[in-house]
Design a binder for this molecule. Structure first.
Ligand code: HEC
Length: 115
């Protein structure tokens, strides 16, 4: 990961509208591997069949260790066997997903991005 990836700041506010957008994107592009609730358990019928366990976004300790720029960068560039979403999703959609991942890690609090 390039050092400046961590410097990227999330330009998208986390609010009801952007989180609802993110949920729709998540269901379509991410849930088949990362699980409907983000727990890393792929749902029944998922075509995902690699041995690498998809990241559990509900693991707050794990996710808090990454800042927004890192999460964004990993989504943009992919992480084998995860594909790159650079061309499939807009920058805005990926930043919205960063906010959603914060909510999945901390369901009862407002998302607190790591520094
Ligand atoms: C084909 C299955 C697949 C899909 C689809 C997928 N992922 Fe992943 N993702 C993975 C796997 C497997 C890993 C863990 C890779 C590793 O540990 O090296 C991962 C890792 C990540 C990471 C890095 C976390 C870390 O531990 O460094 C993020 C962030 C992420 N995924 C977000 C997403 C988002 C958001 C989407 C939807 C836009 C998505 N992924 C779609 C399989 C997938």
């Amino acid at each position: 990961m390039p050092p400046n990836a961590k410097e990227l700041k999330n330009p998208v506010p986390a609010n009801a509208a952007t989180l609802a957008d993110a949920r729709a994107t998540y269901v379509q592009y991410c849930a088949k591997c990362h699980g409907v609730n983000g727990d890393g358990k792929r749902p029944p019928g998922s075509m995902y069949s690699y041995t690498t366990q998809p990241t559990n976004f509900t693991n707050a300790r794990l996710m808090d260790a990454m800042n927004d720029g890192e999460i964004f960068w990993k989504m943009t560039n992919g992480r084998k066997p995860m594909p790159s979403f650079k061309n499939r999703l807009t920058d805005e959609q990926r930043w919205e997903l960063v906010n959603l991942i914060r909510v999945l890690a901390h369901p009862r609090s407002t998302p607190a991005p790591a520094q």
